[in-house]
Design a protein around this ligand. Structure first.
Ligand SMILES: [Zn+2]
Length: 230
């Protein structure tokens, strides 16, 4: 096994080359967008293992650097737990993508995803506690310094806040690459995840053209085969 310092150096270089863009305007949407160009024949996945996800969480503002280091060490020591957590990450990313797509289409989300979403939030609730301070009440995380699932819980809770708090008409899909984003502009007229990269692509290369002829059925990850029949 390579030393952790060597792995960290290699990881840093890997991320300098491959960090996914943070154009979604919200943590949950940036997370969904770590799988890019889903409708094309060559989708790009920026997350290949748990450490990728953890590093992304630090860069995307989900967890602070000292927390990233503590959880990273935990994942390094408990490889099978980190692998299982990563499977949950990928399943959750798929679920959130489906949930936000339903919202964009003004349709109710599939019951499988609603159930999965609630169960993720339930798991996170066990580490949350309301506390009273001189500044008022706060919701704080408890005993999570080495909790491998904490970053995913934070992403799920930010998704819940977005689903309840944002105007659904402001959650959109980029017309060029299919990424999701929250439109924070005054007149709600944003059409692309990134004006510079996606806004300049000629119309004949855009998402609806890329999707043409590409199969449109939902490809459920293996983990959902279990959920579908339960
Ligand atoms: Zn785009």
């Amino acid at each position: 096994m390579k030393a952790k310092s060597v792995l960290a150096r290699e990881r840093l270089q890997h991320f300098k080359d491959t960090m996914s863009p943070l154009d979604g305007g919200a943590i949950a949407l940036n997370f969904v967008n770590t799988l890019k160009d889903r409708g094309s024949e060559n989708p790009k996945d920026f997350l290949t293992d748990y450490e990728d996800f953890l590093y992304w969480c630090n860069r995307a503002g989900v967890i602070a650097y000292d927390h990233y280091q503590a959880i990273s060490l935990e994942a390094y020591c408990y490889v099978s737990e980190a692998k299982a957590a990563f499977q949950q990450v990928i399943t959750s990313r798929f679920m959130l993508h489906q949930i936000f797509l339903s919202l964009i289409k003004a349709e109710p989300a599939d019951e499988i995803f609603v159930r999965e979403f609630n169960s993720g939030l339930d798991a996170s609730a066990k580490s949350l506690r309301y506390e009273s301070t001189s500044d008022g009440w706060q919701l704080v995380w408890l005993n999570i310094d080495e909790e491998i699932l904490l970053p995913l819980w934070i992403v799920l809770r930010s998704a819940a806040e977005l689903l309840l708090g944002a105007n659904p008409k402001r959650i959109k899909q980029c017309k060029t690459c299919g990424s999701l984003f929250l439109d924070r502009t005054k007149n709600n007229a944003r059409r692309w995840c990134n004006q510079t990269t996606c806004g300049r692509i000629p119309s004949d290369k855009r998402y609806y053209k890329i999707r043409k002829g590409v199969k449109t059925e939902v490809n459920y990850p293996k983990t959902y085969e279990v959920l579908k029949t339960s």
